[in-house]
Ligand binder design. Structure first.
Ligand SMILES: CSC[C@H]1O[C@H](OP(=O)(O)O)[C@H](O)[C@@H]1O
Ligand SMILES: Nc1ncnc2[nH]cnc12
Length: 299
C-alpha cells in the first residue's frame, strides 16, 4: 500500500444511499436536512437528505426524485455521483427494483449483484473524455466489501437473499420484448433493470465504493406461468417489500460506517493508473471541472 492509499483508509466514512423505485426517503436519521447541491454536470435528481444514523454520517438521494418524475434514461447520473462526492460520500449502497431472469429468483428475493451487462445506448458513460482521458477497470463493477456487508445483514434480518448475479441494464423506459428477455436469459443474466449503468461506472471513476442490492419485483415477460411485467405488478411487490428494504438500509449504514477497512477491490484508488493524457495535453478547464470527482489525483 502506498502512502497515498494508506491515507484513504483514514478518511471518515460517509455512507450514501441511492434509493430506486419505491424508496424515496429513509427514516430514523438524526440532524436530518434536505440540502441542495449544484454540480458542474448540472442538478442531481433531487435535494440530498443528510443526517446521522447510530453515529454514522449518511446521505440519501432518490434516484428518480421524490415523486418519481425522472425516467431512467434521463437521470443525471453524473450530477448524482458528483453531488455525493461533494458531500464526502465514501461508500454507496444502491437499491434497485429489478425483473427476474431466472426461475429461482422469485419476486421478493434480494440479489446482491456482482456483474453487469450494459445494453444502454443513449447515455454518456464517463466523467472523462477529450481533454483528459482516463480508463478505469470495471472488471468487477461492484465493491465486494460492501456486497458482503449487504449479504450478511440481509441474512441476519432473515430476508431471502442471494449473493452474486448479473444485472442486465436495458435502456427503457419501455420494458423488454419477450425475444429480448429470452436472449438475456440465454446470456446467463440474472436480473434486469434500467439504472445501474452508468451509475456504477461513474462511482468507480469518482473512487466511491459502490454496490447494489436488487429487489426482484417480477419475472419480466419470459415466464409462461406469470403475466408480463407491468408498473402495477412492480409497485405491488415493492410495497410488500418496502419495510424489508428499509430495515436493510438502516442496518447497513452503521455496519459500513463502523467497520470500514481497506477496500480489497481497489475501488477507492481506481484512478491510480487510469489517466493517460500527458500533463501538457490536458485541457486546464476540463481538469478544473474534474477536480470535483478526481481531486485526489489532480490536485
Ligand atoms: C417502476 S419499474 C421500472 C423502473 O424501476 C427500476 O428503477 P430503479 O433501479 O431506480 O429501482 C428500473 O430500473 C426502472 O427504472
Ligand atoms: N422487468 C423489468 N425490466 C426492467 N426494469 C425493471 N424494474 C423492475 N422490473 C423490471
Amino acid at each position: 500500500m502506498s502512502n497515498n492509499d494508506a491515507s484513504l483508509m483514514s478518511v471518515k466514512p460517509v455512507i450514501g444511499i441511492i434509493g430506486g423505485s419505491g424508496l424515496y426517503d429513509i427514516s430514523g436519521l438524526t440532524d436530518q436536512q434536505w440540502v441542495t447541491v449544484e454540480t458542474p454536470w448540472g442538478s442531481p435528481s433531487d435535494q440530498l437528505l443528510t443526517g446521522n444514523l447510530n453515529g454514522v454520517s449518511c446521505v440519501f438521494l432518490p434516484r428518480h426524485g421524490r415523486g418519481h418524475g425522472i425516467s431512467p434514461s434521463e437521470v443525471n447520473y453524473h450530477a448524482n455521483i458528483a453531488a455525493m462526492k461533494k458531500l464526502g460520500v465514501t461508500d454507496i449502497v444502491s437499491v434497485s427494483a429489478v425483473g427476474s431472469l431466472k426461475e429461482e429468483l422469485a419476486p421478493g428475493t434480494f440479489v446482491v449483484v456482482d456483474q453487469v451487462i450494459d445494453r444502454t445506448r443513449l447515455r454518456n458513460k464517463s466523467f472523462f473524455g477529450t481533454g483528459l482521458v482516463a480508463h478505469v477497470s470495471l472488471a468487477d463493477p461492484f465493491c465486494q466489501r460492501i456486497g458482503q456487508v449487504l449479504f450478511e445483514n440481509a441474512k441476519t434480518l432473515g430476508l431471502s437473499v442471494v449473493q452474486g448475479g448479473t444485472y442486465l441494464v436495458m435502456e427503457g423506459p419501455q420494458f423488454s420484448t419477450r425475444a429480448e428477455s429470452n436472449l438475456y436469459r440465454s446470456w446467463g443474466a440474472s436480473v434486469i433493470g434500467m439504472t445501474n449503468m452508468p451509475e456504477a461506472a461513474l462511482a468507480r471513476e469518482a473512487e466511491i465504493c459502490y454496490a447494489t442490492v436488487a429487489m426482484v419485483t417480477d419475472y419480466d415477460c419470459w415466464h409462461e406461468d406469470h403475466d408480463a411485467v407491468s408498473v402495477e405488478a412492480v409497485i405491488k411487490t415493492l410495497t410488500a417489500n418496502a419495510s424489508n428494504a428499509r430495515s436493510l438500509v438502516s442496518k447497513v449504514i452503521p455496519s459500513l460506517g463502523h467497520t470500514r477497512k481497506e477496500c480489497y477491490a481497489g475501488c477507492c484508488h481506481a484512478l491510480n493508473h487510469a489517466i493517460i493524457t500527458a500533463p501538457h495535453k490536458r485541457d486546464p478547464q476540463i481538469v478544473e471541472k474534474l477536480k470535483w470527482i478526481a481531486g485526489r489525483v489532480l490536485s
